[in-house]
Write a protein that binds this ligand. Structure first.
Ligand SMILES: Cc1ncc(COP(=O)(O)O)c(C=O)c1O
Length: 370
């Protein structure tokens, strides 16, 4: 039985009536740009993330770019992970900054905090941790470093909406503690729209105001431009869909966690497969269920041949991307990121996955390794 990597149709079937009513409402309003659903979603998401402000924008990429643009001077350095989606470092570059990479922790695939401090220079302006695959980076330690050195912290929460971390006995949400948290509503995300979309969250009201301006060409008032911004709004239609989906998010994330636990139990003791590690302080939302296997390319090829969905996030770390050659990094510089890029494979995980499909995936992985 083939198993898709993701089955958005299965999710749509569970919310069809709610979503179609919301879409129809948005269309009937004919307020396609900044219609009421946008502000309502912002309010709901600020509540969900426990932040003072939430500012919708056109994509997760822009949700990273706009806050960086608002703070960076040309050549300012931003410390981030080389093992992430391209947008993380691309946003730093496009904001006029210089990505400075630090290797990852081999267990969680997130930034190795031990190495962050050594990468700080007088030009460092920000830290940009990525909550990869759905679990948070150790924010408390990053915030300590940022506090000591006067740095801004932009959290790349694109894969981690609803993820939590227990810090000094209190659960804190992804996006709650950084200067800004950046979310993506790309359709495959845990909270996915029906097109591109993003959201910035912050506790800083003045910064929130600034970001609101930057997403509409730098002006709060029409045809008055305090600074040069861009057009990065979230469509009303997307906000209407996301508003319907948000109340389902915790349930969907719980279902993902249950699938992950079942997978990990089934992979325990299977030679050649290392299940993902969850930091004890984290509640993971398993945007991806990513295992390591030394025979990764063979496994991917065989799974695909059997109709089992799988994907490699990410096959080439960012310090080795041709476009970043001017930064002067070389092969071997970040051994954990490089090893991960050769060993990781993500397996199908979505709330509607059935236990039968899960069994099928595990059996296929075992067979490819036999
Ligand atoms: C870690 C990470 N950062 C940023 C982004 C960019 O989000 P978007 O595709 O909405 O621009 C993504 C989306 O894939 C991502 O996974």
């Amino acid at each position: 039985m083939p198993v898709p990597m993701l089955d958005l149709k299965a999710q749509f079937a569970t919310i069809r009536d709610e979503v179609t009513a919301a879409l129809l409402g948005a269309v009937e309003s004919q307020q396609f740009i900044m219609g009421p659903a946008v502000g309502e979603l912002e309010c709901a998401l600020a509540g969900y993330c426990r932040t003072r402000e939430a500012i919708a924008c056109a994509s997760g990429t822009d949700a990273l770019l706009l806050p960086l643009k608002s703070q960076l001077k040309p050549g300012d350095e931003v410390i981030t992970s080389p093992f992430t989606f391209f947008a993380t470092a691309g946003a730093i570059w496009n904001a006029g900054g210089k990505p400075v990479f630090v290797d990852i922790d081999p267990g969680t695939f997130n930034l190795d905090v031990e190495q962050v401090e050594a990468a700080i220079t007088p030009r460092t302006r920000a830290l940009l941790p990525v909550h990869l695959y759905g679990q948070m980076a150790p924010m408390e330690r990053l915030l300590d470093i940022a506090g000591t050195h006067g740095l801004m912290v932009v959290e790349d929460c694109a894969q981690a909406i609803g993820a939590r971390r227990q810090i000094h006995g209190t659960w804190r949400m992804a996006g709650e503690l950084g200067t800004v948290g950046a979310f993506s509503f790309f359709p495959s995300k845990n909270l996915g729209g029906y097109g591109d979309g993003g959201m910035m969250v912050t506790q800083d009201a003045a910064l929130g105001e600034r970001l609101r301006k930057l997403r509409t060409h730098g002006g709060a008032k029409q045809y008055h431009h305090d600074e040069v911004g861009t057009n990065s709004r979230l469509d009303t239609i997307q906000a209407a869909v996301l508003k319907v989906k948000l109340p389902h998010l915790d349930g969907w994330n719980t279902a993902r966690r249950a699938h992950a636990a079942a997978y990990s139990a089934m992979f325990a003791g299977v030679e050649g497969v290392t299940p993902p590690v969850t930091d004890a302080a984290n509640e993971h939302i398993f945007h991806q269920y990513t295992v390591r296997t030394p025979r990764r390319d063979h496994v991917v090829e065989r799974l695909k041949a059997r109709g089992i969905g799988c994907a490699v996030y990410y096959p080439r770390p960012l310090h080795l991307q041709p476009c970043f050659a001017p930064l002067g990094y070389r092969q071997g510089q970040f051994p954990e990121a490089e090893r991960a890029s050769h060993e990781v494979v993500s397996l199908p995980i979505y709330p509607e996955l059935t236990s039968g499909q899960r069994d099928e995936v595990v059996a296929a992985v075992r067979a490819t390794l036999a």
